[in-house]
Design a protein around this ligand. Structure first.
Ligand SMILES: NC(=O)c1ccc[n+]([C@@H]2O[C@H](COP(=O)([O-])OP(=O)(O)OC[C@H]3O[C@@H](n4cnc5c(N)ncnc54)[C@H](OP(=O)(O)O)[C@@H]3O)[C@@H](O)[C@H]2O)c1
Length: 343
């Protein structure tokens, strides 16, 4: 029997979440049954989609129930295995949740090769955010070499990869990020041509700044935020431009929705510019994972694609780190160190 430290959903947020919506508890896990594994979590991923799981609303995935362990991807070490696909000591990645230990039937669990890259990258550049960037740029955004792209949340887990993959395709890459430090990092480390600080702008001045940065207009918009950034980019899209609709974090907790541009204005822009707007949820594309890793892992290994991680220490600090991430407090892929890394 193993005791697990867990964070559960204590209550549903009304608008912006707070630490009161989470509860830290200890639970004794049952004995491992045939077909199951017991894992010790090393590193937990915090992702914006978790905000949606806190609401009891119809969506593409079912909500976390009150009292349930918060959902989340994690890298872990197999401690005990009664599943022939896994051996004790292996490093794996799976949806183990906000917990120190978990029992799993192995469904959706993948073995991580510690020789390929640091194991935490299985939650970032070589994991869900990385494949989201790759699919969103290539399959949804239909990016072509030499085109101009705007990337929102430009230094984040997804956006940071989009910008670098686009640069590797010889595109003109314009980032939008929050703060001078993030913008400097986008240009100096990630290779963006320009990065605009959305804190310095309203929608109108951001649109003017995008015009200066993209004199030939914008062919692809990698949309992760909504709000004034969407409003600004829409007016700069070229005819037959594509919008890869990946997320809209500015609106996840309902703030700013009332100030948003009315739908008819947006709709008119889509019509007159003949835009292709396609929403996508990455789990529809997981069958492409081997192709993604085959292409991007070598780019990570040779430094073409860099990654930055923002690591909170201790599971008990996950709620605050999550709340900070929702308002731009993270700088790079947000992780939580839960247990020792054997590497
Ligand atoms: N469709 C899918 O399957 C899929 C998969 C993964 C992620 N996503 C989406 O992709 C987006 C990025 O996710 P991520 O994991 O890479 O997170 P992230 O970019 O590492 O972190 C979130 C970032 O969003 C930005 N942000 C927050 N509030 C904002 C606001 N009001 N206006 C503008 N920017 C704001 C902040 O960056 P700044 O400080 O730079 O503003 C913050 O750091 C999210 O919308 C997420 O839901 C979608």
């Amino acid at each position: 029997m193993t005791d697990a430290t867990q964070i559960t959903l204590a209550s549903r947020p009304q608008g912006k979440p707070s630490t009161d919506n989470f509860k830290l508890q200890t639970a004794t896990l049952p004995a491992v049954q045939d077909g199951q594994i017991l894992v010790r979590v090393i590193c937990l991923s915090l992702d914006p989609y978790m905000r949606g799981r806190m609401d009891d609303a119809k969506s593409y995935a079912k909500p976390v129930e009150i009292g349930e362990v918060m959902e989340g991807g994690a890298v872990a070490e197999v401690m005990e295995s009664r599943n022939t696909d896994f051996k004790p000591g292996q490093i794996v990645v799976g949806a183990f949740g906000w917990t120190s230990h978990a029992i799993s039937d192995g469904e959706g669990v993948r073995v991580v090769d510690p020789e390929q890259a640091p194991i935490s990258t299985a939650l970032g550049v070589l994991g869900m955010p990385g494949i989201t960037a790759w699919v969103g740029l290539n399959d949804i955004g239909r990016a072509k070499d030499g085109e101009t792209i705007v990337v929102s949340a430009a230094t984040g887990a997804v956006g940071g990869v989009v910008g670098q993959l686009a640069k590797a395709r010889n595109m003109r890459v314009i980032g939008v990020a929050g703060g001078p430090e993030k913008c400097a990092f986008a240009v100096e480390e990630l290779g963006y041509d320009v990065c605009l600080d959305h804190h310095d702008h309203d929608a109108k001045s951001l649109s003017a700044a995008i015009k200066d940065a993209a004199p030939d207009g914008v062919d692809v918009y990698f949309e992760s935020v909504g709000g004034k950034t969407l409003e600004a980019v829409l007016t700069r899209m070229n005819t037959h431009g594509r919008i890869a609709l990946c997320g809209m974090i500015a609106w996840y907790s309902g703030q700013g929705v009332a100030d948003a541009q009315p739908l008819p204005a947006v709709w008119r822009n889509i019509l007159t510019r003949r835009l292709l707007v396609e929403g996508f949820i990455i789990f529809d594309h997981y069958h492409k994972f081997p192709d993604f890793v085959g292409q991007v892992a070598p780019m990570v290994a040779d430094g073409t694609v860099k990654f930055r991680e923002d690591v909170a220490e201790g599971l008990e600090n996950a709620p605050q780190a999550f709340l900070d991430m929702l308002s731009g407090g993270n700088f790079g892929k947000q992780l939580v160190r839960v247990g020792a890394d054997p590497a």
